[in-house]
Design a protein. Structure first.
Length: 295
């Protein structure tokens, strides 16, 4: 038969409890000794079994960038690059505008200079036509268009002379033909007038370097003046000849020739220096100042 269950005695239970406590204490002491031995051995890393840490988080280092600063640096760099790019574009646009302005001024200057050169060529062609004794033709319209506002009287004179042109060689030839008659006394001259003239020629008081008043000398000077293109001076000499009325037609033609030459000189000067009233081939005003005009 089985033995009846009997609870352990109190003495036995105390003995078992003491054995467990002693076993645990021995195990703890053995682990502590092993830890001390390992920590004190050379070449072994120190073991920080217990670390006392402050609960407050450490302040970030000033050298270490925060995540927010790191994120904003590329944005700032992009903004600076965009500003620099915009500034470069503005400078390039300003430079292009200045270049366009210079090109516009150069274009206007070229157009103005071309119009002045064309006007000068027109006056040269008109002079050539008058010297040859041929009508102006289309040059008359060009003179009216280009110089009608600047020099209307000069244009009118040149066109009127071209309708009945007078050439220099014809004036010289006619003067040579009139020379014998011009050097003599006029046939209708009275006795008293003839005597006064002859007495005046006998006694002449003049400076040494002044021209001679003798008819022959006057005719020589008048011819030289014509050959050099000074028709007005030749007319002055012929008018002082004894029989000057015989050369009335010649004086009129020579005066017309001299007036035409003076008018052509005015037109040439206007083509070079006229600041406002000169026009181009289309009738537009030439506003560009002349390159040869002074400041």
């Amino acid at each position: 038969m089985a033995e009846p269950y009997s609870p352990a005695s109190p003495i036995r239970r105390r003995t078992q409890t003491r054995a467990l406590i002693g076993l645990g204490l021995g195990t703890f002491l053995l682990g502590a000794a092993a830890t001390w031995v390992l920590a004190g051995s050379p070449g072994m890393p120190s073991l920080d079994l217990f670390t006392v840490r402050d609960e407050a988080p450490a302040a970030p280092s000033a050298a270490a960038p925060t995540p927010t600063a790191t994120a904003t640096q590329p944005a700032a760099a992009g903004l600076e690059q965009m500003v620099e790019t915009q500034g470069g574009l503005d400078q390039r646009v300003a430079a292009m505008e200045q270049r366009l302005a210079r090109l516009d001024l150069q274009s206007q200057a070229a157009a103005g200079n071309a119009a002045r050169a064309e006007g000068l060529l027109v006056t040269f062609a008109a002079r050539r036509s008058l010297e040859r004794g041929v009508p102006l033709g289309y040059l008359a319209d060009q003179l009216r268009l280009r110089f009608g506002d600047a020099q209307p009287n000069a244009v009118r004179t040149v066109i009127e002379v071209s309708r009945d042109p007078v050439t220099l060689d014809r004036l010289i030839a006619r003067l040579d033909g009139l020379a014998p008659e011009l050097a003599q006394a006029p046939p209708e001259e009275g006795v008293w007038s003839s005597l006064t003239r002859e007495l005046g020629e006998l006694f002449v008081v003049r400076r040494e370097n002044s021209p001679s008043p003798q008819p022959r000398r006057r005719l020589e000077r008048a011819r030289l003046f014509l050959e050099s293109g000074r028709a007005d001076a030749a007319v002055s000499e012929v008018r002082n000849l004894p029989n000057a009325p015989a050369a009335a037609d010649w004086i009129a033609d020579a005066t017309r020739y001299a007036a035409a030459q003076q008018a052509l000189e005015l037109l040439e000067t206007a083509a070079l220096l006229e600041p406002r009233a000169l026009r181009d081939a289309e009738g537009e005003r030439v506003v560009q100042p002349s390159p040869v005009a002074g400041d």
